[in-house]
Every structure is written in structure tokens, then in C-alpha cells.
Design a protein around this ligand. Structure first.
Ligand code: GLY
Length: 338
């Protein structure tokens, strides 16, 4: 768990090597960078950085590596260790997108350990963009992924049993914070909502993004959020930037959040300001309801500038580049959780 945020002096070794290799025609040095949601993004960035920090490391491989690292952590709230839906099934959503508008998604996928890699296979080895449910699982098995036993993790089993006592659905904002583990939980101790999303720029100047989630805990069976929806939970336009989202997926879908932010950035608006405008659009749809919602966006432009904005305070995101490895506080529409 990243409790200490060190400003790493990695530049002394890494910068000259990569900088010399990657001078754009304009003589602008492209510095690789990855940003990821929540404090869990700190370790996710570490996995992504191992790829990005190589001279030929691809942003696409980096974001997949970052997402796999958290999906593999059974103690975490993304992947098969996560909380189930209200029928007791863990159903996973993920998507991935590269710098050439190639993209792949899976949703409502059961018993497969790495949905992000299945999403990449959809992108690279199928004629489609989006597979769901049994079809996604069949595709995964045909591609060599193993069927897992479908048992809940001990933590998820215990939280599900607690939830069953009342079986009420009442999302709590910011429970993603501290995805490993969440410090804010439902009154019954359960975590309600988990998403890990990251976007990266590689030293060749290409962007990519990945998003993986179990969605809301105790959701209706069949519910799919924004995370696997290209244009909502994730969008990459290599001329402009890469954007991803976390929080209440229904609200992100309503405004096609990620592509909305990309269109603002295309018009010259900086990443943070573009994220702010998207948050304001959500809030303005229903200001009263927004008081009980959390949605946050993170954005990276093609030059490596980044920014974020959230509805509620306490959202953080993590940044890793040649000069730093840190968790940043994010500005928010509301200044205190109501
Ligand atoms: N943002 C993830 C979800 O709503 O499922």
C-alpha cells in the first residue's frame, strides 16, 4: 500500500537515454508518462512503468500490464476478488484502446481472471469491438484463458453475507479511494464500487488507455457501467489525448464522458479544465442528485500534460514519469462530502 509518496530522482538515469532516442521532428522530447485512478494507481503505475521505461515500451502494453497487476491481486476490489452482484456473481467489465482507434471491450464477464487481456484479444483477434456475458466467456476460453472456479474470495463472501441481511442498494461515494483496501465502506462493511483506469503516453508519442472494474458491488445482475464503454469510461485520440473515468458509471454514460472531454481538449481546453466541464455537465443534469454521487475523470494530452476533476473531494490520482512517482489530490465541484 503506497503510504509514502516519494519524489523519485529517476531522471538522472532514465531521461538522457530515452530523451536522445525520442526527439520528435520538431525537436520536442517526448517523455513517457502514465496516470491512474485512486491511490491504488500507485502500484498499477509501477507495473505500467516497467514497460514504459524501456526504450521501445508501448503505451498499449503498459496500460495492459498496469490493469493486469491489479486484476491479479485477489485481495483487491478489481478482478475476481471483488464484490459480487446481488445474485452473488462477480461480473467484470474492461476495455482497452490504442493510438489508432483500435479498441476492445468485454462486459458482464464471469470466471475469467484478466478481463483486460480478453478485451485486448477482442481488439486484436476478433472482427468486433465489444463482447458480453457468455459470448465473451466463450471467446476467452477459445483464446486460451482459463475458467476459474467462480467462488467468491473470503472477503467478498463475508461482505456479501453482510449485505444480504438488508439487501439494500445504497452506494457510498469515494469508496474506491484506497482500492486496496477501501477505508470508507458501507455501514455493513462492504465496498460498493471499484474501478481502476489508467492512460499512458509512450516515448514514441503514442497514447493508450485501459479500464477494468467489477462495477458496483451488489448491482443488479446484468448491470454494465461505463468502464467497458468506449467513449464513456475511456477514449483515446492520438491527436489530442486520452481520458478515463471512475465513479458512478451511469452518470458517465449519460454524457459520453471520455469522448466529451476529448472533444473539449481538441478545441484547445487544457486537461483539467476539460475534466471540470464534464463534471459540471453531470452536476447540472441534476444538482440535487449530484450531492450523493462521485464521478472523477483523469486526462492526459498528447504532450504529457495531465489533469483531473471530480464531483466530490478526496479523489486522488497517481502519476509516474521520468521525474516523479506520486499521488495527487484532485480538485472537486463540491468542497466537502455532503
Ligand atoms: N465506473 C464503474 C462503474 O460504474 O461500473
Amino acid at each position: 500500500m503506497p503510504s509514502r509518496r516519494k519524489f523519485l530522482q529517476t531522471a538522472a538515469i532514465g531521461l538522457p537515454l530515452i530523451a536522445c532516442k525520442n526527439m520528435a521532428k520538431s525537436n520536442t522530447v517526448i517523455k513517457p508518462i502514465v496516470i491512474a485512478t485512486w491511490d491504488g494507481g500507485f502500484n498499477v503505475n509501477k507495473a505500467a512503468w516497467e514497460v514504459l521505461n524501456k526504450a521501445d515500451g508501448l503505451a498499449l502494453d503498459a496500460v495492459e500490464a498496469g490493469a493486469i497487476s491489479i486484476e491479479n491481486d485477489i485481495s483487491c476490489c478489481v478482478g475476481l476478488g471483488a464484490n459480487p452482484d446481488r445474485d452473488g456473481k462477480v461480473t467484470l467489465d474492461a476495455c482497452i484502446m490504442d493510438h489508432q482507434f483500435n479498441c476492445g471491450s468485454v462486459a458482464f464477464l464471469e470466471r475469467i481472471k484478466n478481463p483486460i487481456s480478453v478485451a485486448r484479444k477482442v481488439m486484436e483477434s476478433s472482427p468486433h469491438v465489444f463482447l458480453v456475458g457468455e459470448g465473451a466467456q466463450q471467446f476467452a476460453l477459445a483464446q486460451g484463458f482459463e475458467l476459474q472456479d467462480g467462488k467468491l474470495s473470503a472477503k467478498a463472501q463475508s461482505e456479501y453475507e453482510s449485505w444480504l441481511i438488508k439487501s439494500e442498494y445504497s452506494p457510498v461515494i469515494n469508496v474506491e479511494k484506497g482500492a486496496i483496501p477501501a477505508p470508507q465502506k458501507l455501514s455493513n462493511g462492504a465496498i460498493n464500487h471499484d474501478t481502476m483506469a489508467l492512460v499512458a503516453l509512450d516515448s514514441a508519442g503514442n497514447l493508450a488507455g485501459a479500464c477494468t472494474t467489477s462495477g458496483m458491488a451488489f448491482k443488479m445482475h446484468g448491470r454494465i457501467g461505463d468502464s467497458p464503454i468506449i467513449g464513456s469510461g475511456l477514449y483515446v485520440d492520438n491527436e489530442v489525448g486520452a481520458v478515463t473515468a471512475t465513479g458512478q458509471g451511469e452518470e458517465v454514460i449519460r454524457i459520453s464522458g471520455a469522448s466529451y472531454i476529448i472533444s473539449l481538449m481538441r478545441s484547445g481546453i487544457a486537461p483539467k479544465e476539460a475534466c471540470r466541464k464534464a463534471v459540471e455537465k453531470i452536476v447540472n443534469i441534476n444538482p440535487e442528485k449530484a450531492k450523493t454521487l462521485q464521478v472523477a475523470f483523469i486526462a492526459l494530452d498528447k504532450n504529457g500534460n495531465h489533469g483531473a476533476f471530480a464531483i466530490q473531494p478526496e479523489f486522488t490520482y497517481c502519476v509516474r514519469d521520468l521525474e516523479r512517482e506520486e499521488e495527487l489530490k484532485c480538485d472537486s465541484y463540491f468542497k466537502s462530502v455532503i
